[in-house]
Structure formats: C-alpha cells, structure tokens
Design a protein. Structure first.
Lengths: 174, 174
DNA sequence: CGCCGATTAGTCAAGCTTGACTAATTTGAG
DNA sequence: CTCAAATTAGTCAAGCTTGACTAATCGGCG
C-alpha cells in the first residue's frame, strides 16, 4: 500500500467514481504528480476492493458498456488517514535517477560532458516553464505548497548545474 | 534499457565480475544511489546477455558453487556510451512521491498537519547527517558532484519545509 | 574433530506495471 | 443520413521487481 493507493483513496473520499472517470482525471490533471497508468489504477482498485478498502459495483447507463463504480468504505477512510499521516511524516529519499549518470561522467571527454549538462539545463528550463504557467490560485493550500516546492528544487538544480559546468571547465581532464 | 542497465554496464566496463560480486558492491557502496535488489540485477544481466550486451560464462573455483561471470561486449560498450549520453542530457522530473500527500494536507486538522511536517523535517535531518558523514575525497569528480547536488537539494527541502510550516501557522484553517 | 553461524551464489513464485488491444457509442463533416 | 474519427470503458499478456528461499562451503571455538 503506497502512494498510488493513497491517491486513489483520496479521490474516492471526495466522491465515488467509476474507473474511467478516475483515470481521465489522473491523466488530465495529475500527470505531473504521478505517472500511474490506467491498467495500474484498475489493478490497485481491484486489490483495494478485495481487501475491503473500497466497494465496487457495476452500473449501466442506457446501453453503454457497463461501468465499475468504486466507493470508499469506512475501513478505506481509516486507511487513507493512516497512509496520509505516514506519507506526510517522512521525507522520501532524494532522486538517485540522475546520479547514476553522474557517476560515470568522467568516462566521457570533458568537452562532451559539458555539452551534455548544458542540454540538461535546457531540458530543465523547459520543464520549469511548464510549471510556471500553472495558475497559482484555483488550487488549495496543499497544492500551492507542492508547486512552490517543485519550483524551489528546480531553481536549486539550475544553480547546481551552473556550478557543475563551471567546475568541469576549471578542472583539468583526468 | 534504463538507469539500472547503465549502472551494470558501467560496472562491467571497469572489469568483468560475477553476479555475487556485483550485488555485494551495489549493496555495500551504492545503496544511496540505487535500490535495485539482487534478483533484479540478475534478471537485467540475463536480458543484457540475451541481447548481446554482455557475455556470460560460468566458472568454478575449487568445489564452491559455480559462478556466473559477466563481461561487457563491444556492443555493450557502445550501448553504455549511448545510454550515458542520453541520461546526462536530460533532467528527470522532480519527485512526485512526497507531493501526493501534500495534495491532501488540508484534510487533516491544521495542528496535526504541522506536527507531521515537523516529523518530516527531523527525518530529513537524519538523512542529511548520513550524507554529510560521507568522505568527500576518495571519490572522483562525478561522485563529488552528485553528493554536492543531493546536499543542495536537502538544504532547499529544509528551507521549503520551514516556510510551509510557517504558512500553515499563519493561514486560518479552511 | 565436530558443529554452528556466516558467507557465497543464486533461484523462484507471487505480485506489480504497462504497452497494446478490444469493443461499443457518440460526434461531426459532407 | 452515413461513415470515420474520437470517446468511453476496460482487459490481457508480457515483462519487471522483489521477499523469501535453497544449498553449498568456510571459519572458528570448544
């Protein structure tokens, strides 16, 4: 039971929803927050249902294909709160992903390493621009704090990249 | 083919190794950089072997259980470089993980939310201390840059958490 | 020497994740 | 009205990941 379950339980706490609705919302509005794919969401909902955290019943509107409607149970509400507390209380380890590449940085010619980090800086700028376009109001306090957080880390990353490139320029190869 | 393959290819580029050796090194020295588990490493090595990026042959020393020794092939060296370039050139998306919890922050009483974020700050401080204990020399340039990077982000996170807690204190509930 | 815990080396089954697919219904252009 | 494209709703098989396990050897203490 992880963050993905927390997200699904949180969405169902707000209102009962059918699978498609849930996945649409995630794809349209939460693509920055999670990369959970549709079949994963269905799988987790199945598990949550099997374990009694959500109830599932099928509904048929007109003669469209039947929908699976999920609602949270009291046990699910409890689990949501517990998970939320656990999640908020701990700081997850900072991204290793980019670092493995860094470990091998010195295996490339210095000039190329610099060029690649400059590309990384552009990539970062693009991502950042997309975040800055996000309307800051509309969102509730939690979401605003989350956006603020990401932007601060992006600025830190930009600063670090600038420094790293300078270090590479100043340090003799080998 | 992802960062885990990059790591394994990079390790084999330095020298041929048997499975146990690889996994020992990862567990002892790279636990901060990757959370790849032993069976995963074997599975990836199998795939790399199947696809011609590494060669695998079994060796028997004395009458100990046979070892699988992996060496990188020229095709593997090429793949390593390509992967390394691709990895260095892009900035991976900043951690969503912690953010899902934040999205639901306002579902808890304000006082509890504050207490939880204070716990998160302590957790962060613990992690940070463990990084600061890491000997800065010994490591090559790439690794030093990677450590520097994590420490900067940890400081940013501390600052953000301080601000977030202050905001929560100043913003009236609801 | 005998035996127990640690080390060496790896395997397996169960669960998780996702790209690709199915299949029906609605919409809209001509 | 009609046909193609888009939308709705979900499924499936294949691959990935890992906790738990096996099984042999080695080191050292009494």
């Amino acid at each position: 039971m992880d963050e993905r379950a927390l997200l699904l339980l949180g969405m169902l706490r707000a209102q009962s929803q059918h699978g498609y609705q849930i996945n649409e919302f995630i794809e349209r509005n939460l693509s920055r927050v999670t990369d959970m794919k549709k079949p994963t969401a269905y799988a987790i909902l199945d598990r949550l249902s099997r374990d009694g955290y959500v109830r599932m019943h099928t509904e048929q509107e007109g003669n469209r294909p039947p929908r699976k409607v999920y609602s949270i149970t009291p046990k699910g509400e409890q689990a949501f709160e517990d998970l939320l507390r656990a999640t908020l209380a701990r700081s997850d380890r900072f991204s290793a992903p980019g670092d493995i590449g860094l470990m091998f940085l010195t295996h490339l010619p210095r000039a190329e390493a610099i060029a690649l980090l400059e590309q990384r800086m552009e990539d970062l700028a693009t991502q950042r621009a997309s975040y800055e376009r996000a309307p800051r109001h509309d969102y509730d306090l939690g979401a605003r704090l989350a956006i603020e957080r990401i932007l601060l880390h992006m600025e830190t990353e930009r600063g670090w990249l600038t420094g790293a490139i300078a270090t590479l320029r100043d340090t003799p190869e080998q």
